[in-house]
Ligand binder design. Sequence first.
Ligand SMILES: Cc1cc2nc3c(=O)[nH]c(=O)nc-3n(C[C@H](O)[C@H](O)[C@H](O)COP(=O)(O)OP(=O)(O)OC[C@H]3O[C@@H](n4cnc5c(N)ncnc54)[C@H](O)[C@@H]3O)c2cc1C
Length: 397
Amino acid sequence: MNHHVLIAGAGPVGLVSALVLATAGVQVTVFERALSAPEDLRASTFHPPTLDMLARFGISDELLPQGLVARYTQQRDRQEGLVAQFDMSLLAGLTQHPYRLQCEQWKLNKLLLDRLAKIPHAKVLLGAELQSVEQNANGVDVKVDVRGDVQTFKGDYLIGADGAWSSVRQSQGIEFEGFTYPERFLVVSTAFEFADHLPKLSYVNYVSDPQEWCVLLRVPTLWRVLFPTHPEESDEAVMTDESIQARLQNLLPQDKPYQTVHRTLYKVHQRVAKQFRRGRVLLAGDAAHINNPLGGMGMNGGVHDAFSLADKLVDILVSGADEALLDRYERQRRSVAIEYINANTARNKKNMEERNPEARRKTHDELRATAANPDAARNYLRKTSMMDALERAEAIE
Ligand SMILES: Cc1cc2nc3c(=O)[nH]c(=O)nc-3n(C[C@H](O)[C@H](O)[C@H](O)COP(=O)(O)OP(=O)(O)OC[C@H]3O[C@@H](n4cnc5c(N)ncnc54)[C@H](O)[C@@H]3O)c2cc1C
């Protein structure tokens, strides 16, 4: 084995990159700071093109029975109820998977780890924290603390897939341009069956409201409800039982308190790294761009980065393509992160929290008209499913 790619981070982006490279015969070593693969509730939506990409390795077929097929997505309003429903089967013929798969992100990670464990030239080191990076014309050296033992690893390239606080990005002094929203987002999970109380609810529901918008997302065993919080509320105040119950009761009053299973409060940012490539060091996924979760574009966009980047590295290392391909990776994926992922998620938030009644009515009228016209609805779904973003990336030389 002549080539070796180092990857920081065993999230979906690092692991997909590793699988693409290792399947093509490239040696890979993945460094993951955590001691075991976390099973936390983070992203839970797989868009059609992401499933198409993962199908290359048979992973979509393994993921499907572990999730829920969402044929419909809905735009709702707290006062009006259902505003518009979009039927994703309109995408039939444009994708092998004309639906969203509602499935927890950790299930993908687990499938990827199982696949990598069967490839002798793929190594995933858990409890391995990348500490420093040096590169020259011939390769990259990294120092990694492997369970207390600091070791040096050498590779041809390093992929920084080490999440929003990426040490790899920081090691290269790459700016993470953008902003942090003043409010944090709260995600509460409950086994309460909202569909029994809200008529015609789908598995994916974006609910606008000038006071407190929310998102209702179904995963196999739970409903996840996402709320914004007020910037002046302290973390402690948001996370009390009283405050969580008040938010849920305000959404749907019940005689009994809601039983909750998880609650997470997190900061939300719209940021894109100034560079996705510095020499032999490349950034992908949250290390390269982060955004609000309204539209489910974070993990999906990261997986799209991983396929784009790893396929190019295979072309370079295995087929002898010119290294300039990596500049194309930056042009393609950085443009998409700015023009599509960040722009659409920011617009989604703005529409959901709109306070001006005239502007809200206009948005709702547009949504109704779009849903009623199959061609317009298909175009809308191509955009919200990130198919347009991938087409745009493909057009960039
Ligand atoms: C609470 C929460 C909810 C979310 N909800 C959604 C959602 O609903 N929809 C959506 O699309 N997205 C959502 N996201 C975003 C989504 O989870 C991310 O976009 C996705 O995980 C990005 O994958 P990644 O592989 O780039 O990074 P990560 O999944 O963050 O993986 C990075 C990995 O790198 C490891 N690491 C970090 N530093 C080092 C180091 N120095 N050395 C070695 N390893 C290191 C970390 O331990 C981690 O395992 C959510 C994120 C959070 C935090």
